[in-house]
Design a protein around this ligand. Structure first.
Ligand code: HSE
Length: 326
């Protein structure tokens, strides 16, 4: 239901894990604990202006507002609304650039939701899908929704690779404990996409299709052991991209030795995630992954995360969720 327009709004765009093993461009998961913040104000002039606050990303890396996904998505929403007047966005990046956990998607959903909220929330999240996909396309060279849709809607999302606006939410029956590391290596999605082969063998394509089907079913059933096995059986993309992450094999082995169900790259990397049997084990697996990365002389930041079912939220909604846990 439309609300009153407000003068300013704070919005949090969460991080997301994508591909999840064999689900290239098809599967993504919204996670807690890290994301981008946008504060938006209405302006009298038209269009979207951008300011930055210091965050995880050096400001000089963010100056090109024409390629900024928060700006592009917010502009898309203003066009949808036929809005009178414009907005100013102040972006605080919590997600490092080129880290593999959906930084451009987090900014896009925050910009889109902020624009919608400023004008009284006339649109539901589902109506913002096109605006965030367009932003992702301009930023990374592909209209893939496996980061943008989970970041917008929350949870685990299956996306059609031929039409990213066609998607389905997979309900998870139980909590999922995730260890995540961000090695200090930058991998640009655009380049990591360009290095993939145009053609693959029928045997590998069939292998991936089968693993992805088992993976989705295992997520739906909460069979984390099978999820762990399937997430390590991508034959098409991860074997190619592993070469971009010098600590890849050491981190993967360390996660498994520390008790993870499975470990894989997220998105185009370098971030890697592992699934753990409990929150405590996720913390020790994270420690083992960071240490393994350091042993390869790659500094890394480790995190423990859970599934974020909410997706993008404005500050008022976030406070209400904290007061009334589900
Ligand atoms: N599915 C995308 C890729 C996610 O792996 O290139 C990166 O944003």
């Amino acid at each position: 239901m439309p609300l009153h327009a407000v003068d300013y709004i704070d919005v949090f765009g969460p991080a997301s894990l994508s591909n999840l093993g064999p689900g290239f461009d098809a599967l993504g998961l919204c996670v807690s604990g890290i994301g981008d913040m946008v504060r938006a104000r209405r302006t009298d002039g038209p269009g979207v202006q951008l300011r930055h606050e210091p965050g995880a990303v050096p400001l000089e890396a963010l100056q090109d507002s024409e390629k900024n996904t928060a700006v592009i998505a917010a502009r898309g929403v203003l066009d949808l609304l036929g809005a009178d007047g414009g907005i100013e966005l102040t972006l605080t990046k919590g997600i490092p650039l080129g880290s593999g956990i959906g930084g451009s998607a987090a900014s896009a959903v925050a910009g889109a939701w902020a624009a919608n909220m400023l004008f009284g929330r006339p649109l539901e999240k589902e109506a913002l899908v096109e605006a965030v996909l367009e932003a992702e396309d301009i930023a990374s060279g592909g209209r893939h929704g496996d980061n943008a849709l989970p970041a917008l809607l929350g949870g685990l999302i299956l996306v059609s690779s031929s039409n990213a606006a066609r998607y389905r939410r997979i309900e998870l029956p139980d909590s999922l404990h995730i260890a995540l590391i961000l090695p200090n290596v930058q991998v640009l999605t655009r380049q990591a996409r360009a290095m993939l082969p145009d053609r693959v063998s029928l045997q590998d394509a069939v292998g991936n299709a089968s693993e992805l089907a088992f993976l989705v079913d295992a997520y739906r059933c909460g069979d984390w052991e099978t999820v762990g096995q399937c997430m390590m059986r991508d034959r098409l993309v991860e074997p190619v991209r592993a070469s971009l992450v010098p600590c890849y094999h050491a981190v993967r082995n360390a996660a498994l030795e520390a008790g993870a169900f499975g470990c894989a790259l997220t998105g185009s990397g370098p971030a890697m995630f592992a699934l753990a049997p409990s929150a405590e084990e996720a913390a020790s697996i994270r420690g083992a992954m960071v240490e393994a990365s350091l042993s390869e002389r790659v500094e890394a930041r480790g995190l423990v995360a859970e599934v974020n079912d909410a997706g993008v939220v404005d500050r008022m909604e976030q406070r209400a969720r904290v007061r009334q846990p589900a």
